[in-house]
Ligand binder design. Structure first.
Ligand code: ADP
Ligand code: GLC
Length: 495
């Protein structure tokens, strides 16, 4: 199976897709499935990976330049193919944006380049001795893959996983020539979406099967309010049994008893370390010492995450004796909004702007509660990480949040997306905080949740089996021995 992605945790990550791209292929490989990943060779990826073996030259097409294909075996044994073209990928910034936060002007070419490389690998035209039996693309950046494969007659089944239907990769219709889109395919039955070229629509239309990252979100994207204009297509795929929801897992390193980033370890029977972590956070963010509850937030700062509700509710949370610790990066307007809130409550609301995984883990470990008033949330990983660390999530009952939080048992869900709705759940949290026995019971239930990748990997494998009519191709026995724990292995060139 070839896993097509624009992010991979440890190398280039902007959000949950990076975590999924690291976790799911590995879990599938541990089940014996032959999985390989393809992603762009961003500057930061090249800097982090020594010993890349350059396999061959990939042809260009129309405005899409040629590229080199590199390969490397990751410490966990998975082979990673890298699509290298300096003019497209070697720049400072995130996978999608400039350091100032603007979309790269040539994102259509950058991710068409990724999609075309995946197509050539699937077609056996990439100079490799390996070909996939399934191609699994993620979100819009890999979206043209199933389309190019169809146009090129590459008869390998394809899966699209939608991690967020709001990001669609829509571009001006005039770009279709540069992207080598046949005229006949610029059609409602093809890549056309409201007069533009849409990468996500293309994948949603041409992929053999569509999945998304929770059963609730799979239903939501068939509705006009949540389908971001693609609800009609999603309804059709659902009616044909070609749309399903599979909840993500989280990495096993989210373990409060062994996480090397935590100043103090803890477990459900000994929570002293958790309180000590809270004090470290208070000191670090210059908050006053307190015995009240600490509400944590680790988030991309985007409209989706509903943090304007937190800004509006902050007064009341603080008046009730709560404090808020926020780590996030994203939209400058949201950064300013949260910074203003923090200035109003210097002793009780702390904001850190940045992307910092050790700090993210510390904040979750020190928090009593985690705020997630997301407007929509396809899956969400933070609420699962939070449960593992006993930071009971307070979340809007939407998407994966509704599927992974047991209201009143492992967290608190609210349905009315207003500051009052959020506060009604916060008041339940304050009451629980006052009731030692109930707090201990909820924390125990939350921390006992198993959110590993094995269940999701089994579901994806079953899907591949269904599409292939047989088991997906297994990893070669010799290569299987290469599975080693990610932490202590060194990188080696793939055999
Ligand atoms: P999304 O993919 O929509 O951003 P998820 O909850 O699925 O939301 O995944 C977010 C992932 O990114 C989690 O692993 C979370 O810990 C991490 N994360 C988000 N913001 C930050 C940040 N500012 N610093 C470090 N990690 C972050
Ligand atoms: C997206 C979604 C998030 C999901 C993640 C990984 O970024 O916003 O809810 O958890 O992808 O699937």
């Amino acid at each position: 199976m070839l896993f097509v992605t624009s992010e991979l945790a440890g190398l280039a990550k902007a959000g949950g897709l990076g975590d999924v791209s690291a976790g799911l292929p590995l879990a599938l490989r541990q089940r014996g499935v032959d999985v390989r990943i393809v992603m762009p060779a961003y500057e930061e990826v090249l800097a982090k990976l020594p010993g890349i073996e350059w396999a061959g030259e990939l042809p260009g097409r129309s405005g899409i330049p040629t590229a080199r294909l590199g390969q490397v075996r990751l410490p966990d044994g998975v082979i990673l193919y890298l699509v290298a073209e300096p003019s497209l990928f070697e720049r400072r910034g995130t996978p999608y944006c400039t350091p100032e936060g603007a979309d790269w002007h040539d994102n259509h070419l950058r991710f068409a380049r990724l999609s075309l490389a995946a197509t050539d690998i699937a077609a056996g035209r990439a100079g490799l001795t390996w070909m996939p039996d399934i191609v699994h693309v993620n979100d819009w950046p890999g979206g043209l893959t199933p389309a190019y494969m169809r146009w090129d007659g590459v008869a390998v089944p394809t899966v699209l996983t939608i991690h967020n239907i709001a990001y669609q990769g829509n571009f001006d219709a005039a770009q279709r020539h540069a992207l080598a889109i046949p005229d006949a395919a610029f059609d409602v039955n093809g890549v056309e979406f409201h007069g533009r070229v849409s990468f996500l629509k293309a994948a949603g239309f041409y992929a053999s099967h569509v999945t998304t990252v929770s059963p609730t979100y799979a239903r939501e994207i068939t509705t006009e309010t949540q389908g971001a204009g693609l609800h009609g297509l999603m309804q059709r795929r659902a009616a044909q049994g070609e749309l399903s929801g599979i909840v993500n897992g989280i990495d096993e390193s989210w373990n409060p008893g062994s996480d090397p980033h935590l100043p103090h370890h803890f477990d459900p029977d000994d929570l002293e370390g958790k309180a000590a972590n809270a004090d470290v956070i208070r000191t670090g963010l210059c908050l006053r010492p307190s015995n009240g509850p600490l509400f944590g937030i680790v988030s991309r700062l985007v409209h989706q995450k509903g943090l304007d509700l937190v800004a509006e509710a902050a007064n009341e949370i603080v008046e009730n004796g709560g404090q808020i610790a926020i780590l996030g990066l994203g939209d400058p307007e949201i950064e300013h909004m949260l910074s203003r809130t923090s200035r109003r409550h210097r002793d009780d609301v702390g904001v850190l702007i940045g992307f910092n995984e050790p700090m993210a883990r510390r904040i979750v470990a020190g928090s009593d509660f985690t705020l997630m008033p997301s407007r929509f949330e396809p899956c969400g990983l933070t609420q699962m990480q939070a449960q593992r660390y006993g930071a009971l999530p307070i979340a809007h009952a939407t998407g994966g949040l509704a599927d992974t939080i047991d209201d009143g048992t492992t967290g608190f869900l609210f349905s009315t997306l207003t500051p009052e709705g959020l506060m009604s759940a916060c008041h339940r949290a304050f009451e629980t905080f006052e009731n030692e026995a109930q707090l201990a019971e909820m924390r125990r239930a939350a921390m006992a949740q198993c959110f590993g990748w094995s269940g999701a990997a089994a579901e994806y494998e079953a899907l591949y089996c269904r599409l292939l009519g047989r088991q997906p191709r297994p990893v070669r026995p010799a290569a299987r021995h290469a599975i080693t724990p990610a932490v202590d292995a060194t990188l080696e060139v793939a055999a």
